[in-house]
Design a protein around this ligand. Structure first.
Ligand code: SF4
Ligand code: SF4
Length: 352
């Protein structure tokens, strides 16, 4: 890329302005304004690229976008919107006086030793490494907030753990520090040689984009190969009624969405959530930095979940787990939220 230009020209040129992406974009659906659509945002990027607008004039839209990449899945021209967004935020946000919470989050996960502190109360994270074909990625905030998820994945798949691992850098890459985010992913690839399993859809997409998809596997991709061995999760003798909330980056970035469904169909009474592929509003740090907009994005999903009368809504990403739990509790909807690895552990199946 020309070092003086904020965007890689060939990525920006690919958009043919057809508008197919508009109905898929959650912020466009809410506002019905072109400027809050993928095409509108690409036009803002183009205006910056040729000097018609300053980067500062586009700050609001660079932040209002969820980064969900739903626009990529419907784009006939193959626009890599997620990469453009990372370049946009890197150009627009670096050196700016950023939100204190975001600064603290990025600081906390910037070094491996600090990330290890996030999981200090979980002895599993400090097991001696016994390398085999796969090692598990513990994540940064997942190891602090949801330690049972990687523990369940370890149990279900009998994989090993190396506690001496940092963060994959997705948080940095999605928040204006793309170069640092890539550096952190490379470093994690060195700390975990061989194949890596992650229980976070967002991390899987970022890590795979830097170290290669052939080394990175999302949990359900691997478990899918043993799906026939799984036993049902029963509630009062009946299969639990569940639906899945897709992870945006897992679905739109890596096209992984059939595998978790196949697993859930095997062990539960699976029903499809109508808007399962629509962003839940978690979107990395979005739910923290733009809480009001995040709630608006969730409104439709809350109604859908309530209507289905589920026992569990299953997630494949820690950010989605947190968002679903927080937003459902706020609306007094009783459906339980669980990561797929924890739900599979309930089936007491392949290691039984
Ligand atoms: S991003 Fe893709 S779908 Fe959207 S306007 Fe451009 S070419 Fe069309
Ligand atoms: S990433 Fe999501 S919110 Fe952003 S433009 Fe694409 S569809 Fe819209």
């Amino acid at each position: 890329m020309n070092q003086n230009l904020p965007f890689t020209p060939k990525l920006l040129e690919r958009c043919i302005s057809c508008g197919y992406c508009l109905p898929a974009c959650p912020t466009y659906v809410i506002t019905q304004e072109e400027i809050s659509s993928p095409r509108g945002r690409i036009n803002l990027m183009r205006a910056v690229q040729i000097g018609e607008l300053s980067i500062d004039q586009t700050l609001e839209q660079s932040s209002y976008c969820l980064g969900c990449r739903a626009c990529e899945s419907v784009c006939p021209a193959g626009v890599e919107y997620g990469t453009l967004l990372e370049e946009w935020r890197s150009a627009a946000w670096q050196g700016k006086n950023r939100n204190l919470i975001l600064k603290l989050l990025l600081f906390a996960v910037n070094q491996s030793w600090r990330v290890r502190l996030l999981g200090i109360f979980n002895p599993r994270n400090f097991q001696k490494s016994k390398w085999n074909e796969y090692s598990i990625m513990l994540g940064c905030f997942e190891r602090g907030l949801f330690p049972n998820v990687s523990a369940a994945a370890q149990k279900n798949l009998s994989i090993n753990v190396n506690g001496n691992q940092g963060c994959c850098g997705a948080l940095h890459a999605h928040n204006g520090e793309l170069a640092r985010g890539k550096e952190m992913a490379k470093k994690l690839g060195e700390q975990l040689p061989g194949k890596i399993i992650t229980t976070s859809g967002g991390c899987a997409a970022h890590l795979a984009s830097v170290i290669g998809k052939d080394r990175v596997f999302e949990y359900s991709e691997v478990l899918f190969n043993q799906v026939d061995l799984l036993k049902p999760v029963l509630i009062n003798g009946e299969k639990a009624r569940v639906a899945l909330q897709d992870s945006c980056h897992l679905r739109h970035g890596l096209q992984i969405y059939q595998q978790p469904r196949a697993i859930l169909k095997q062990i539960a009474d699976f029903v499809e959530l109508p808007g399962a592929s629509d962003c839940c509003g978690a979107a990395g740090t979005y739910a923290i930095l733009r809480a009001r907009d995040s709630k608006k994005v969730f409104d439709k999903k809350a109604k859908e979940i309530e209507k289905l009368n589920l026992d569990f809504i299953i997630s494949v990403n820690p950010g989605c787990t947190r968002q679903l739990a927080t937003q459902l509790k706020r609306r007094k909807i009783k459906t339980k939220v669980m990561h797929i690895a924890e739900f599979v552990a309930l089936s007491n199946s392949i290691n039984a």
